[in-house]
Ligand binder design. Sequence first.
Ligand code: NAD
Ligand code: TDX
Length: 332
Amino acid sequence: MDKLLVTGGAGFIGSDFVHYILENTDKSVTVLDKLTYAGSLASLKDLPADRFRFVQGDICDAELVTGLFAEHDAVVHYAAESHNDNSLSGPAPFVQTNLVGTFTLLEAARATGVRFHHISTDEVYGDLELDDPERFTEHTPYNPSSPYSSTKAGSDLLVRAWVRSFGVAATISNCSNNYGPRQHVEKFIPRQITNLIDGVRPRLYGDGRNVRDWIHADDHSSAVLRILERGRIGETYLIGADGEKSNRDVVEIILQAMGRPADDYDLVTDRPGHDLRYAIDWSKLRDELDWEPTYRDFGAGIAATVAWYQENEEWWRPQKAEAEAKYATVGQ
Ligand code: NAD
Ligand code: TDX
């Protein structure tokens, strides 16, 4: 598996995977990315020219996609519309990219026989009560809440059907919330960090008690590589790092890292249908594939992420006004 095609490689997690592969293996990488508002070539700067190529294009373009599959040993599929809040204000591109796009890639995998890994989310399982002792496992029934998570759930089911009906050589991973450098400022953690840089108080939806299970993007990347190399075809693997935190706790950790009082935030209008809690049981990945996360200290990970946004304003500044203008229309 020397030649990888990475869809969505100009986005947050896809670009992390590209950097991770080029730094830690001898593989070569082609990125296929449409460069929507969420994609940035600045996330793919200074990569080795002899092992890296960028193709701008749409995963819904069957001819382009099938030609690219035939030139590679494996495809890792990150491309998606990824933001829940956008899926509430405009669901159409979510249906197009997440469902039709994944269908188009699966048909190319079927035609070419190329190994396929599908990147998905824990949100396909719906949410948990705050005091539920259970966490999501590979056997938890699908119960998505938002247009985003329902299209991701649908894309997972397409992959499963293409494995069973057509023998496509695919695996799926469902990961918890990622943090780290190069995440779009529409998302929770970078939004609060860049607001604070701009002198604006962090904004918590509802009462701020919702819980997310955080993992550093580099740990997500190492897990995906492990599944690509050792995962069993047709299997689903959950990826997590025991990182449950309430949104309130996360904001307090960011405020502390930026030298501000712990209560220096505002509560704003809640997200409609807001999932209460996600929590991942990743023991299958540990027991079967011998994988462990390496980022165990969330406070240190956040401090490093804060430093990255402080030092890379030229990367995020072009996104900021548009992201905040969208939030302003819904009182968030
Ligand atoms: P992102 O929004 O930062 O990046 C998405 C990328 O896909 C962008 O570069 C965009 O230009 C590209 N893209 C969108 N539509 C396209 C199309 N039609 N054709 C080609 N490229 C297209 O997203 P992210 O946060 O990096 O998420 C990447 C993947 O990981 C998604 O599949 C998402 O569901 C999944 N995921 C994300 C998280 C998280 O915490 N962010 C957690 C679990 C799983
Ligand atoms: O300003 C905010 N205030 C706030 O309280 C924002 C932007 C978010 N929130 C809350 C909503 C969530 O409870 O913070 C939490 C995290 O929000 P997001 O960053 O939008 O992430 P989430 O909705 O949990 O989804 C993320 O994780 C799973 C990714 O965006 C998805 O792509 C991934 O599948």
